[in-house]
Ligand binder design. Structure first.
Ligand code: 3PG
Ligand code: MG
Length: 401
């Protein structure tokens, strides 16, 4: 177990004029050359502004996409540096390489309070190999390291792990905020605690479900993964997406949950259709009566009522994964109604709500409730690995440093 209380921040340090290497996550969705969701950049802003105000010379490093270990023009961080500059309302310099003379010159030109972004770390093979020599090249650029990229902390890469052996290392404010939010729902939460877990597959969330049944009081399951739980109880789910090979696993999870006094809450009814397409003719039916030629695409009104009733009696909520095919109307209703209920309960001071991981944020954005949750994580994979109870290398490295 990591002793998270050992994480240090730069608060109180005199960093005027100090070259600070900031590992950020500028890996944001881009469509047709435009940033389609700038959330991660916006959430980095307070940390960067704080360092600038304190007179640090700020060197931002990040990966972008998954290049194959060499430069790929389409995966340059240059447009992201421009976007960051726009958000910060101040100039941001850019170096066309993250190590070597280009990086050194850009860094040498930084005045206290100024910011530079260096080119995509993954243009060098050493990054993903966690190569100490590559980390050494990065370390040369600065005197101090700040990791503010919780969303990459599940990667043991040179810029998240090896670097922390070479420079005095600190956690940034976004990193701390993410960790505090997760601790508030998993470590010493106000009980009862509910988890809403949705998404398509049990097979990708076995470790997560297994860990959570030991921590939460109510595990509300939706999305196609609920179909596998229903199958495990002998329910015929028609043409629904399900994983018969994991019915046994689902059964094991249900037994383990019982032993740990965690109630698994499954939908009693569903919205079904013959085809998975927008505005396909659909109807509500009990999960025990799904016709053989139909598939479950959302939870039904009885399930919504039951889930909100359970949630209404809980003080803490952890949410990962949509409850239906929310991207395709009208199959987002179940997710949206639960999201609105959770947001209202949070706004009324009755619930602490933390959500994160992949599709979840998109679903909450579509429901228009993101602002009213207690905390919405910027992380996908890292959030999921935390829920699995795993040690994240990018956090372990900071503690060890
Ligand atoms: C993410 O978007 O989940 C992080 O930036 C990590 O990216 P990766 O999955 O390519 O390591
Ligand atoms: Mg990912």
């Amino acid at each position: 177990m990591l002793d998270l209380d050992k994480l240090k921040t730069t608060a109180g340090l005199d960093i005027k004029g100090t070259r600070v290497l900031v590992r950020a996550d500028l890996n944001v969705p881009v469509k047709d050359g435009k940033v389609s969701d700038a959330t991660r950049l916006e959430r980095l802003r307070p940390g960067l502004e704080d360092l600038a105000r304190r007179g640090a010379r700020i060197i931002v490093i990040s990966h972008f996409g998954r290049p194959k270990g060499g430069p790929e023009p389409g995966l340059s961080l240059k447009p992201l540096a421009e976007k960051l500059s726009e958000l910060l309302g101040r100039p941001v310099a850019f170096a066309p390489d993250c190590i070597g003379s280009a990086a050194e010159q850009t860094v040498a030109a930084l005045q206290p309070g100024q910011i530079a972004v260096l080119e995509n770390l993954r243009f060098h093979k050493g990054e993903e190999k966690n190569d100490p020599a590559f980390a050494g090249e990065l370390a040369k650029l600065a005197e101090l390291f700040v990791s503010d990229a919780f969303s990459t902390a599940h990667r043991a890469h040179a810029s998240t792990d090896a670097i922390a052996r070479l420079l005095p290392s600190y956690a940034g404010p976004l990193m701390m905020e993410e960790i505090d939010a997760l601790r508030s729902v998993l470590d010493k939460p106000q009980r009862p605690v509910a988890a809403i877990i949705g998404g398509a597959k049990v097979s990708t969330k076995i470790a997560l479900l297994t860990n959570l049944i030991g921590k939460v009081d109510k595990l509300i399951v939706g999305g196609a993964m609920a179909n596998t739980f229903l199958l495990a109880q002998g329910v015929n789910v028609g043409k629904s997406l399900a994983e018969p090979d994991f019915a046994e696993t689902a059964r094991d999870i249900m037994h383990a949950a019982k032993a740990r006094s965690c109630e698994i809450v499954l939908p009693a009814d569903a919205v079904v259709a013959a085809k998975f397409e927008a505005r396909a003719p659909s109807r509500v039916c009990p999960v025990l009566e799904v016709p053989g030629d139909q598939m479950i695409l959302d939870i039904g009104p009885k399930a919504v009522a039951h889930f909100t009733d359970v949630l209404g009696r809980c003080r803490t909520l952890l949410w990962n994964g949509p409850l239906g095919a929310f991207e395709v109307p009208p199959f987002g209703e179940g997710t949206f109604q639960l999201a609105r209920f959770a947001a209202d309960a949070t706004a009324a001071g009755k619930l602490t709500s933390v959500a994160g991981g992949g599709d979840t944020v998109a679903a909450l954005n579509a429901a228009g409730v993101t602002d009213r949750f207690t905390y919405v994580s910027t992380a996908g994979g890292a959030f999921l690995e935390w829920l699995e109870g795993r040690e994240l290398p990018g956090i372990a490295a900071l503690i060890r440093s």
